[in-house]
Design a protein around this ligand. Structure first.
Ligand code: GLY
Ligand code: MN
Ligand code: MN
Length: 482
């Protein structure tokens, strides 16, 4: 048999095997679609499903914490993310809604959690919380693998009342009786799978139909605030996951420090970074990697990453691995040839001093904006002293963002932006960006520098969680020369 005949025969055999396998599977599971009923589906009970990243007790506690800040006689409804279509029959990788994950631990679409302030009688049981999830579907599982299903959800997520999503309409929920019904409107478009009356689109549609048509007890704002109140304080087990995401990101930054050289392309630098993420066990980047060389170092959220890296220019590397839903966010700026120029050194040290001042302001009781104020002062001073700007207010041309955001399940995590408190994790990331053509001496043009670290507020001060990547000029030049 020549190679082409062999390949054809193998293809034929594997097609036959696949068809036979599918037919056998269908015969075995002809009734295998999980019934939309409360009856346990015992035939699926031996599925070996990966345990959630955080204990079920963590998520149960968070539901309790939410109840504790909800007003009397209220209900909160939290939806999972939807599946987002990329094009034709290809979807984007699924990413769970952080609030939904925080309260359940479930990483699947087509689900809905109801949290009542007080225990409610629903049908024949009393409960403070009910979860509706996509039922297992043996046909879909052939293509996309196992899903959790109702029974495993009860066991692994620790919720007592879990039902297939199609059951939602069967329950006689009376949302009129509550003083407040909280939910969050997600403005991203949700595809209606018209073959699936249990999809997220249907869940939301049915839920809205059940509401009082005057909407007088509906509140679309407060749930965001409740979730921000909870999520801005990280529990020790969340900090452990953040530490892991940060450690992975540090590892990837080190890989690039060791390999960076002129002639490399931005996408090759990105490949080194994201190889490091995956190789160390991160599920994905927490946001598109920003790898901007030369003029692109001055574009704050540059993500096309297609240019060649030139001798004598700088590279901004703003990256974060996502590990078990938690994301890191670390920026370093490197000289592509391993040595900073005189002008680059001057601007770099202004940014580094500004960052150090910002980090020093990370203390409990300080305002959320205190690091920003401290960093800004240093940047203004540095730009004026070096003649980059004449009027102090002109600093905004070159430093046009704030220094800080919370970090957690979202890279720009939610929080109240009030006073800093132990358990807050925030970034401190000042920068100076001087694009070509700026109103200053051309010797400064195309210098874009950002330095970003992830800071945990503690009882007594702060901890720089990302101090595993060096950032002084001496350290960087030393490491790059090795
Ligand atoms: N990675 C985007 C940011 O630093 O905010
Ligand atoms: Mn960043
Ligand atoms: Mn950031």
């Amino acid at each position: 048999m020549n190679n082409r005949t062999k390949a054809r025969a193998l293809r034929f055999l594997s097609n036959v095997t696949l068809i036979v396998g599918v037919l056998q599977f269908l015969a075995m599971h002809s009734n295998a679609q999980e019934a939309d009923s409360i009856v346990p589906s015992a035939h699926f009970s031996n599925v070996d499903f990966e345990a959630p990243a955080l204990d079920k007790e963590f998520h149960a506690k968070k539901r309790e914490d939410l109840r504790a800040i909800m007003p009397e006689n209220s209900a909160a409804i939290i939806f999972s993310s939807s599946i987002k279509n990329r094009s034709n029959d290809v979807d984007f990788e699924f990413h769970q809604d952080p609030n939904f994950f925080y309260l359940t631990g479930l990483n699947e679409p087509h689900a809905m959690l109801i949290v009542f302030k007080e225990e409610q009688r629903v049908e024949s049981f009393d409960s403070k919380e009910i979860l509706f999830i996509q039922p297992r579907d043996s046909m879909k599982e052939i293509w996309s693998g196992k899903t959790l299903g109702v029974d495993k959800a009860k066991e692994l997520l620790g919720l007592k009342y879990v039902f297939a999503s199609g059951m939602f309409t069967e329950f006689d929920f009376d949302f009129y009786k509550f003083d407040k019904v909280f939910y969050i409107v997600d403005h991203t478009s949700i595809t209606d799978d018209d073959k699936n009356r249990r999809d997220l689109f249907s869940l939301k549609k049915h839920f809205v139909q059940m509401l009082d048509s005057t909407r007088k007890n509906v509140d679309l704002q407060m749930l965001k605030e409740f979730m921000a109140t909870l999520r801005e304080i990280k529990e020790p087990e969340e900090i452990a996951l953040l530490r892991k995401a940060i450690e992975i990101t540090c590892g990837a930054q080190h890989d690039l420090i060791a390999k960076l050289k002129p002639g490399m392309y931005e996408y090759q630098a990105e490949a080194i970074i994201e190889f490091g993420f995956k190789f160390q066990g991160a599920e994905s980047p927490g946001f598109p990697s920003i790898i901007g060389g030369g003029k692109n170092s001055c574009i704050l959220h540059y993500t096309s990453n297609r240019n060649e890296l030139q001798d004598g220019e700088l590279l901004v590397i703003d990256i974060g691995a996502e590990y078990h839903n938690y994301s890191a966010d670390i920026t370093r700026t490197l000289p592509i040839n391993g040595k900073f120029t005189k002008e680059q050194k001057i601007i770099y040290n202004i940014v580094l001093d500004a960052q150090n001042a910002g980090i020093e302001a990370c203390k409990k009781g300080n305002k959320f904006w205190a690091p920003n104020e401290a960093s800004t002062k240093i940047i203004i001073q540095g730009l004026v002293q070096n003649g980059v700007i004449k009027k102090r207010m002109d600093y905004r041309k070159y430093f046009m963002h704030g220094t800080s955001h919370y970090l957690g399940l979202d890279v720009h995590d939610i929080g109240l932006n009030g006073s800093l408190a132990p358990g807050n994790v925030l970034t401190v990331e000042p920068g100076i960006y001087i694009p070509k053509g700026s109103d200053c001496d051309p010797k400064w043009w195309n210098i874009g520098i950002r330095i970003e670290d992830d800071i945990l507020i503690t009882k007594d001060g702060y901890e720089v969680l990302s101090d595993c990547v060096p950032k002084t000029i001496t350290e960087i030049e030393y490491l790059m020369a090795k």
